[in-house]
Write a protein that binds this ligand. Sequence first.
Ligand SMILES: Nc1ncnc2c1ncn2[C@@H]1O[C@H](COP(=O)(O)OP(=O)(O)O)[C@@H](O)[C@H]1O
Ligand SMILES: [Mg+2]
Length: 331
Amino acid sequence: MNGPIVKVDGVIKRFGAVNAVAGVDLKIARGELFALLGGSGCGKTTLLRLLAGFEQPDSGRILIDGQDMTGVPPHLRPVNMMFQSYALFPHLDVAGNIAYGLKREGVAKPEIAARVAEALSLVKLEGLGGRRPSQLSGGQRQRVALARALVKRPKLLLLDEPLAALDRKLREGTRFELVRLQEQLGLTFVIVTHDQEEAMSMASRLAVMNAGRIVQAGTPHDLYERPASRFVADFIGLANILETAPGRWLALRPEKIALSAERPATAHAVAGTVVEVAYEGDRSLYRVAVDAGPLMQVAQMNVARGTESAFRRGDAVWLGWADDAGQVLHE
Ligand SMILES: Nc1ncnc2c1ncn2[C@@H]1O[C@H](COP(=O)(O)OP(=O)(O)O)[C@@H](O)[C@H]1O
Ligand SMILES: [Mg+2]
């Protein structure tokens, strides 16, 4: 079937006085790895639970695979959800955890065994089927939760902060594994995260949420290069936000500004003083105090010149940028 796998039309969900989801419209195409990105409390989990059927919208409707999900309970939706807490059963072993949903559906024993083995191999946990969750590392528990969500072969897999509980190194490696798995299986993944780097590096498209609304949706490149508002420019990556006229701003990425000792020939040139240098190996990030303006953030690559920052704290510098270096914003 063509058409989007998910279509959300004007969905609102309140909890008492809280507008957790305050009017969301959204389309997700088949085979996408779509990310919902936003700060804590902006409504990401609630939107995911609405898709899964654990919550019902107060108004609006959700179509999945072309079917209106109004009144359809979670187990009858072509959807599975991996919870942020993983929610593994401590008294069941790994295989038992993965098989649980299939058993409840009355799937025949030999088929359960085959599908559990397949799921274990997908997440590279062969041989660990007999362990209890308490005998696993955090990364392994995360894979069990993933296998349990995949074993039912949903068309749509919802993952709530799937990497948040892992330590940094493991988190970065696991990002690529999730992307590879999603491509290999050809499923649609919707990943919730508060981590913009994670969303940007994994997603084919993402939606930035704020206060229960989607403020912008697009590819990672769209959102980075063409943020629609100061909120998005600031949330995704670093940005200098300059007020160029009342109600008009320029979002200028740190790497679009050149730093030099002499006045540059660029369309815009401003003098300032370096107040901070953060050395990051391949690049350095400078904060520069300029006359009559906010502190400016400037990023410069160090690679070409060896690995030292070109300027030090206290240096007098020039900042230069081209006319088309930034994005003009009206909100
Ligand atoms: N079951 C609930 N009862 C009352 N308030 C809730 C409930 N679930 C979520 N909320 C509130 O709705 C808002 C959005 O929550 P949530 O969707 O969990 O945000 P996120 O996942 O983006 O951190 C928050 O203000 C939260 O406190
Ligand atoms: Mg959440």
